[in-house]
Design a protein around this ligand. Sequence first.
Ligand code: GDP
Ligand code: MG
Length: 302
Amino acid sequence: MAFKSGFVAILGRPNAGKSTLVNTLVGRKVAIVSPLPQTTRNRIHGIVNRENAQIVLIDTPGIHKIGTALDRQMMEEVEQALDGIDILCLIVDAMVDFGRGDRYALDWVRKFQGTSFLLLNKIDRIPKERLLPLIDMYRREHEFSEIIPISALTSDGLAELMTLHVKKLPEGQPYFPEDQFTDQPERFLAAELVREKVLANTREEVPHSVAVLVDGFEEGATLIRISATIYVERDGQKGIVIGAGGSMLKKVGTEARKELERLLGTKIFLELFVKVQRNWRDNPALVRQFDWHRQLEQLSKE
Ligand code: GDP
Ligand code: MG
């Protein structure tokens, strides 16, 4: 059978399970996950290799209305993710009732001309009777090539999903070497893991106000030395992220280091700093500075 390859964009509202799906299919964490909306800020490739195919999944920020400069950047990421794809997957949280946000997400699918799949996610948490009316409703809204109930968490339905992907992908050579899982270099994964641990350990506005920049990433013979700065928007948030006697920063650092050591299979020395960058989310230049695709461009110029 001829080898197939191509790009699949995963779109959906915040919290639908896009990043979880990409991680499960890749079999390795490439994108951070949290119960909070708008965890993912950039598009990230997760590469799935099969005997007869390579499927490049593109995780994207959740589709939402634009408020800040960061929101604008996130929605531009969604737009860029659609460029040159072979299949679009709209993923929805089947636990949540259909609303205006879902209609808005559907508009994005309608604009796309090619093959589109609808993934009804989190079926591990809903009674089966809930599925049929949902499927009927979406059928009336848009002509999807396939509608597939899945659980990104338990892998239910994912084997079928992969089979359908391979079926619809064009014949072609792999785009990436077989041992590559993602297009996101390790130094940016490190920054994302630090951000994930801050998200997991703080509340309210703090998670949304956090950005992480890796200032140093040195690969030694026995360990990787990483220094990173956690940016927040206000002094009060800095206090929260540092914690009493530095306790929060220590917790975040330990959790991030342990996971990174597991993922990269090497010892890590992780040093963290916290700085205030007032209202960075409203500042397009700062938003750009925190975007890893742009940092990568800068690094390659140096
Ligand atoms: P994203 O914003 O679309 O990328 O969503 P995430 O992948 O970050 O997931 C949002 C939340 O939904 C997290 O708490 C996930 O653990 C949870 N989640 C994702 N997929 C499933 C699923 O299939 N079943 C259940 N029960 N929870 C899920
Ligand atoms: Mg995500």
